[in-house]
Design a protein around this ligand. Structure first.
Ligand SMILES: Cc1ncc(COP(=O)(O)O)c(C=O)c1O
Length: 369
């Protein structure tokens, strides 16, 4: 079986992890945590980076830190992971979805303004599958309407949009370090901001909101979202190789595109837009209408031939858990709904070899025919 993801851990990961064990620094108090934060902040060009236990919690902390009025509306893409909507709902706000662009699979920035109401207070942008959202368009709308921006760059390490790093746009921006990301810590996340006040709030929320004057006294409820020194040790080693990893991903994406370009009925990831070049975080495929089976069937056929796959996201407005809360009644996002049913991605991990890519492409060709 060619697995959908295998990370590359053959740099300084072992050396730094051994250092944690030999020094006894395994908790969040260890020195790799602040080193990882400082180096990550510098890489993205932000004042603060706050390491947390995973990307979903980074979103939770970011939404809580914004401190919007309860019931405030937050505009977000329908085509994304549940962590985005969950963070909005848990913070006491209302998610309002925008459909995806059929080519970039990102939130269609042209549809954002039509969703703005007097209750709208923020936009959550998510960069999808390696191609960023059009941030110039989003930031212009946010400035015009006085909205805060949360930028989910969980899949966009090392990516640039209009010459500016992904993760540098939001009032608060977040990353994930799950093993399929360009930088992994096993599990892990990061919150970035330039704002002193937001950074302070996130630091408090990460660590149970201890008040500085007296430990074990709390004026607010926080969480334990801390990242361990061992996770951060992996992160430091991975970050050393980010540029190489991004280049590797781009080469993998180019090779897949070259091999699959003439397969009829298959939509491939867009190599570039006016504002960004794809980093192919994952290599997604969408079955065009003339293919008579759906993504589920294609994935089963590929599994039978030894190729691992994952389905695309399932739209937020079609999530049973959110519909049960009374959200998204009557909402339709046809592009997002189609991507969810017709899209899946093929093996895309950093350790994937050229031979494996050629094998996957030839199996895809046979299965789709
Ligand atoms: C866009 C996006 N946001 C948030 C997350 C959540 O990150 P984590 O898995 O670290 O909780 C992911 C996960 O992969 C993601 O793809």
């Amino acid at each position: 079986m060619i697995p959908v993801n295998v990370p590359l851990l053959d740099g300084n990961e072992k050396k730094y992890l051994t250092e944690c064990i030999e020094t006894g620094w395994i908790s969040s108090e260890g020195p790799f945590v602040s080193r990882f934060e400082n180096e990550f902040a510098a890489k993205v060009g932000r004042k603060y980076a706050i390491a947390v236990a995973n990307g979903s919690l980074a979103l939770d902390a970011a939404m809580m830190a914004l401190d919007l009025e309860p019931g405030s509306e937050v505009i977000m893409p329908s085509f994304t992971i549940i962590s985005c909507a969950a963070a909005i709902v848990r913070a006491g706000y209302v998610p309002v979805v925008v459909d995806a662009d059929p080519l970039t699979w990102n939130m269609d920035a042209n549809q954002i303004e039509s969703r703005i109401s007097p209750r709208t207070k923020a936009i959550m942008v998510v960069h999808i599958y390696g191609l960023p959202c059009d941030m110039n368009a989003v930031m212009a709308i946010a400035h015009k309407h006085g909205l805060r921006v949360i930028e989910d760059a969980a899949e966009a390490h090392g990516q640039v949009c209009s010459g500016q790093a992904c993760g540098s746009y939001g009032d608060l921006s977040v990353f994930s370090f799950y093993p399929n990301k360009h930088v992994t810590t096993g599990e892990g996340g990061m919150i970035l901001t330039d704002c002193d006040e937001l950074a302070e709030k996130c630091l408090g929320l990460r660590n149970l909101c201890f008040i500085p004057e007296r430990r074990f006294v709390h004026e607010e409820l926080g969480w334990n979202m801390r990242m361990t020194n061992m996770q951060a040790a992996l992160g430091v080693a991975q970050l050393e190789r980010l540029d190489e990893f991004v280049e590797r991903k781009r080469n993998m994406g180019r090779l897949y595109t070259e091999l699959l370009a003439d397969v009829p009925g298959l939509q491939l990831p867009l190599p570039a837009t006016k504002y960004a070049h794809n980093v192919y975080w994952v290599y997604g495929l969408v079955l065009e209408e003339d293919i008579e089976f759906d993504a589920k069937e294609a994935m089963e056929r590929l599994a039978q031939r030894g190729v691992g796959t994952r389905p695309f996201f399932w739209s937020m407005h079609e999530q049973p858990v959110l519909r049960k809360l009374g959200l998204f009644e009557g909402v339709h996002c046809p592009v997002s709904e189609r991507l969810a049913r017709r899209g899946f991605y093929v093996p895309s991990g950093l350790a994937l070899t050229e031979d494996q890519i050629r094998e996957v492409a030839s199996v895809v060709k046979e299965v789709i025919r």
